[in-house]
Design a protein around this ligand. Structure first.
Ligand SMILES: [Zn+2]
Length: 354
């Protein structure tokens, strides 16, 4: 999608343990929603960190459940090809649509022409991707969200436990005992940078929903979650970091942002200003599958401030609370407005398949 950068959002996520967190040393990070903090050599000593890719997996699976409970068959099924899930196939089909990546794969299988066409049509891939793939990415789309590794910023960082005890705690595989297992204690804080490019307003809302649940301590990370481990709390960092102010910060590129009124925040749908083609298409749904009314009115007192090539807007306290509420309303509305699978099937794309 969009070669140029039209908007960005950035903030520091602080994650503080409110109970013990398991660390494994010397094991590569696991992919998927089960996150294991790992050790690295930093500041002259061994330190645990939370891999960004793993945090992303945890947040993604949290959001998948939320969207699926708001409205079935909007978000795609996250783990295709897992035949162990066969028993729940019926329930799965009621809850999720087919995996976005898998359905694109199916469409181009044995059709190189269509493959090349679809690979070049990021607008079509974006339009037909489910809300979670649009933000977090899929095999066909890189996603809008990047989450950096979360490094230790404060707290007594670990205590050693004997391997046998830990093995019992995790219920892990027998080979687990071969590795050094340690526990990060309560009250340890990590920080990571979260960055969003070319966002739609509802995507901010989706992120704020995760953030709210982190603040409320409803998301757990690490191994042994089923054994009551991995409780954390999250919040937005308020200190300046790497030249960016604290709080929730949005940005546009100076000179290219003159169309956006100072009292409005535009999502990428408003920047594209897509109007539905005459006849047939879902009202408000453009070529990229965005909405032209993708913007919100800003609370008073949020000014653009120049910084290098960017204009920044900084949200903290009251104005941040208002932004969160409005963006979450966008998120709820868009999930309800999301087209059914049939409406965004390839027949509508003008791809010319027989
Ligand atoms: Zn998807």
């Amino acid at each position: 999608m969009l070669k140029q950068l039209v908007n960005e959002a950035r903030f520091r996520l602080r994650i503080t343990t409110t109970g013990p967190l398991l660390v494994r040393s010397g094991i590569p990070t696991v992919s998927g929603p089960d996150m294991t903090p790992v050790l690295t050599f930093r500041n002259g000593r061994q330190e645990p960190f939370l891999p960004g890719s793993s945090l992303k997996g945890v947040f993604r699976s949290h959001v998948e459940k939320i969207v699926a409970s708001l409205r079935p068959r909007v978000v795609c099924y996250p783990f295709t090809g897992d035949e162990k899930e066969e028993a729940n196939l019926e329930e799965r089909r009621r809850t999720y649509r087919d995996s976005c990546g898998e359905s694109f794969n199916r469409e181009v299988r044995n059709d190189d022409q269509r493959r090349r066409q679809l690979e070049a049509r990021t607008d079509e891939v974006y339009a037909r991707s489910c809300p979670v793939c649009r933000l977090f990415g899929s095999t066909w789309f890189i996603g809008r969200l990047s989450i950096g590794d979360a490094y230790l910023v404060s707290g007594l960082f670990r205590e050693r436990r004997d391997g046998v005890g830990i093995d019992r705690l995790t219920g892990g595989a027998a080979h687990g005992a071969k590795f050094e297992l340690e526990v990060i204690s309560e009250g340890v804080t990590f920080e990571s940078t979260i960055h969003l490019r070319n966002f739609e307003i509802w995507q901010l809302g989706m992120l704020f929903v995760v953030l709210q649940d982190l603040e409320d301590g409803l998301i757990r990370i690490g191994s042994g979650r089923s054994r009551g481990l991995g409780w954390v709390k999250g919040s937005i960092g308020l200190e300046e970091h790497e030249g960016w102010p604290g709080g929730f910060v949005t940005a546009t590129i100076r000179g290219s942002d003159t169309r956006e009124p100072v009292h409005e925040l535009w999502g990428v749908g408003r920047w594209l200003n897509e109007r539905p083609a005459a006849g047939g298409e879902k009202p408000g749904w453009g070529r990229y599958g965005t909405w032209h009314d993708d913007f919100l009115a800003l609370p008073a007192g949020v000014e653009r401030r120049p910084r290098g090539i960017r204009h920044l807007r900084v949200f903290t306290d009251e104005v941040l609370a208002q932004l969160r509420e409005e963006a979450i309303q966008h998120f709820l509305r868009r999930v309800q407005q999301w087209p059914d699978e049939a409406e965004i099937a390839p027949a509508n794309s003008g791809g010319g398949r027989s």
